[in-house]
Design a protein around this ligand. Structure first.
Ligand code: SF4
Ligand code: MG
Length: 309
């Protein structure tokens, strides 16, 4: 699956090379109803690719995308695919780019419903109130709002079609720090009020700690660890998770000057052999270079590392 937002891919395209890569492979996770599942990883880990495949913005060049037993990549019964898709909406990182500047807020919010032939009268006003804006904002245009307000509009649009699952791709990373907490709090409140389920895609472990019920850590398109936040933060099993946590700002307000994770994420077009993390792993042994570790259960954690115990 190609994701043209990645600098390394641009380099390849500039060289006019033909490149194939596996952006995501064998990623398998369950999101409990009414919970928040966080996918965490660096740029190039495949986290956005997964999100976009779930909402149908990307299709895998090969392989399957299976949700609730329906294979979205291969299912030919359009009604079956539509039934799954209509339950899933997405919120993007950049609220500026994802709102049509020439449309009034009302039309933006109601479009997903109108497009499916549904009735939308008064819907925008109701949803605007629900996301902490004013019903009269329905008549305005996106440029009349701040970044945080625009992300609220995006949330209102996502809610319009009554989704069960909302995929949130870095929903606050384009916003001012002071606004981020407000948007996250709104998302939490809406989840409780409406019984929503979130897939939260982020590189920011501090966001995840407070929001997630379950965290999946991605490295080069594969899950390397999955755990509840308490387990992940207190007893990370995978050396990559340990590295991420050491680099994360501390929660007590006293920042630490910690160097970023050792080494660059490798070029996914030529992933390392065996455990893809071995060139950066301080614990790597010969076996790691030859044999890919499978995800296995260790208590309540799933981890893909030969040495984890
Ligand atoms: Fe490190 Fe080996 Fe574990 Fe990979 S399998 S994370 S290289 S110890
Ligand atoms: Mg991304």
């Amino acid at each position: 699956v190609f994701d043209v937002s990645k600098p390394w891919l641009n380099r390849v395209l500039e060289r006019r090379e033909k490149a194939y890569l596996t952006a995501v492979s064998e990623v398998d996770f369950e999101i409990a109803e009414r919970s928040t599942y966080a996918l965490v990883g660096e740029s190039g880990s495949g986290k956005s690719t997964i999100g976009r495949m779930l909402v149908g913005l990307l299709n895998p060049s090969s392989g399957d995308v299976e949700i609730e037993g329906v294979n979205l990549a291969k299912e030919t019964d359009a009604a079956k695919v539509d039934a799954v898709r209509s339950d899933i909406q997405m919120i993007f990182q950049d609220p500026y780019a994802s709102l049509n500047p020439r449309w009034r807020v009302r039309d933006i919010i109601e479009e997903p419903v109108v497009a499916r032939g549904g009735k939308a009268k008064g819907l925008a006003e109701k949803l605007l109130e629900q996301v902490g804006l004013h019903p009269s904002d329905a008549g305005k245009y996106p440029h009349e709002f701040s970044g945080g307000q625009r992300q609220r509009i995006c949330i209102a649009r996502a809610l319009a079609s009554n989704p069960r699952l909302i995929v949130c791709d870095e929903p606050t990373s384009a916003l001012d720090v002071s606004v981020q907490a407000q948007v996250l709090n709104l998302m939490s409140d809406l989840k409780d009020e409406l019984g929503l389920t979130y897939l939260l895609i982020t590189h920011d472990l501090t966001v995840v700690r407070h929001m997630a019920d379950r965290i999946g850590v991605l490295y080069l398109g594969r899950l390397v660890e999955e755990a509840a936040p308490a387990d992940l933060f207190e007893d990370p099993k995978h050396p990559y998770t340990q590295m991420l946590l050491e680099a994360a700002p501390r929660m007590d307000g006293f920042g630490r000057d910690v160097p970023p994770p050792q080494g660059e994420i490798p070029d996914p077009i030529n992933p390392p052999s065996g455990c893809a993390f071995h060139p950066r792993c301080p614990l790597a042994v010969d076996r790691c270079r030859q044999e890919r570790p499978q995800l296995r259960s260790l208590g309540g954690t799933r981890v893909a590392c030969h040495l984890a115990e």
